[in-house]
Design a protein around this ligand. Sequence first.
Ligand code: B12
Ligand code: SF4
Length: 596
Amino acid sequence: MDDSVPHDGGRPIVLTAPLTEIIDHAGYFIQMSMASLPIWLERILNDKYPKWRDVEYDADGSARYMPAGLRVVEASLLRRFPPEDIVCSYPADLHKFVGPRTRVVAVSTHNPLGVTFAAGVYTSIFGSSREPINSHYARQLFATIKASGFRDRFKVIVGGSGGWQIVQTNSYDELGVDCVIEGRSESIDTLEVFEKALRGEPLPRRLEVQHPKSRDEILFPDKRTTFGVVEMTTGCGRRCQFCVPDLNPQIDLPKDKIMGAVRANVRDGNQQISLATEDMFIWGQVHTDTPFYFPNREALLDLYSDIVDTPGVEHHVLSHATIAPAVVDPVLIRKLSERLLDKSPIRLPTLSTHPQRRALVPLIGLETGSVRMAKQIMPSKGVPFPIEEWPSVVVHGLSILNANNWFPAMTLIVGNPGETDDDCRATLDLICEVERRGLFAFFIPSIFTPLHDTRMEKAKGVTETRELTPLQWQLIMKCWKMNLRPGQNAWWAPTAWRVGALGLWAARLRKLNGPSFTWPLLMFAGVAPERILQHFGKLHAGRPLTIRSRKELLTTIKPHQWRYLRPDTGDLPDGFTAPPPERGGKVIPLTPRAVA
Ligand code: B12
Ligand code: SF4
């Protein structure tokens, strides 16, 4: 860092984040790619997005936008400290704000070392330089802070959903971090740590702080956030064993606060909004008389309609969802499409039937196609349907979503503890069934990573790509082959892929990933038709699955819950009787349009 002294001696509290977690144009996918691609492939993104480093400033040189988490930290600190003591700075401008008066540099990070789902996998598949682009920039940020001439005067506090990576890898000294706070900034304990740092007192290395238990305790920033991220819910409720966010209390946040944060984003120049959630479909149905997995159609339509109708909101992007609600209420999906598609910045010309080829791409967990595995790691993932019906729920959910121009990015976990070849075959069968039916999702396989604090924290997964079995490789490469279908319409594209993939394999990947990789790679490259490779026993041939009809699926719901089904969705189980007029629940004020 440049050691010139800022004219005001610096700000006592400086808030920052890695540049690659702050940038806000070019859509979610640029950040996701940066989390997954190794630094030696950065030039691909530089070529595609030559301006990705360009950021906007407020009049005082502070950052115009920051990740939502850091904005909440700022809002939380503003409860106790004066605004002139706090600044949000881009990494390149730290020298303008860090000076002799600085006592805290606080860093928010999502994924600083790239040791989480998917992020670690692709960098290790791609080679010797395993460091993901995002991790490179995170380390660069920490190095800049560490090199400050005023470093002995301030403490470095790290927080955010990726803070645990520093704890788990014990990278405190290497990165120059004094304290990692795990948990939310609204906590009084978080404020106490900042107080201590301002007084120059020693800090604990790691502090776990309490998550707010009620919706009113969650703060909303009145400033612009990266991608216009506004929190919608916390927690989930489906209780998957590997999941971090599910450990938080299940809360849906008040609509008036969400709308306030939407308006703040628009006021500060953001044209895009995205609601942060683990499952958008629980909103409006948390702690009501109706189980959360029967979505509250009216409340959701009301909320999303008001967001996309807010003057200045040009784009809206979905974040995370689950698939069972699509089977429960296809009418909701259709009506959401009617409201949301026109504002989606994502276009999938070969898939979408929207006049401008717009599409909705929520992130949805598929994780496994093996019912045996699903029972172990995510027994409630498909509620209200029993987990035995998981493959049918996925296929039906996807057909309803696709019919409404939703093409989800679906994550899969490869190498779950105890995963057998049969489990892997079952997942391949499901993926092939999706292909056979002409359905589409972007399948994003990742290698099982035991995430800190989860119920599977102590479980051991695959640590090296060389350890992957031929079936696991086949699954990974099959997913990517299917993902590339929409982009392969140009006459030259398939050949370019073949040549590129083979070249990379010959030059680098053959040695790195071991012999199990060879046949799946040849399948990916399309060197020989899959059926020939299957015939010679080099690949598993996906077996056709028996998929239940929607009516059969609805019949598998526990009969005492049938009353939560909506008659206008059809396919009702025999013996269904219409529910009483008022569907229990808390009262959510609705606009007349949403009810219509
Ligand atoms: C929106 C989102 C994204 C967006 C936008 C991210 C952004 N930069 O704004 C996109 C799609 C780009 C994205 C990408 C990825 N994401 Co993401 N994402 C989310 C999501 C849904 C919401 C994040 C959010 O803004 N929440 C709201 C804010 C308020 O919460 P928060 O950030 O946690 O902040 C609170 C605390 O952490 C704390 N805090 C935050 N910063 C600081 C700093 C200090 C100093 C202190 C004291 C406290 C503190 O206080 C805040 C509230 O008080 C979360 C799930 C979730 N519900 O949190 C997943 C989540 C964070 N993402 C996750 C993952 C895995 C990824 C990817 C690696 C996926 C991938 N393979 O591509 C990439 C990594 C991106 C990168 N740059 O490296 C995981 C993180 C797992 C982990 N770290 O162990 C999560 C939890 C999802 C999950 N279900 O697993 N993500
Ligand atoms: S459905 Fe998703 S968010 Fe919910 S518990 Fe499972 S993995 Fe976590």
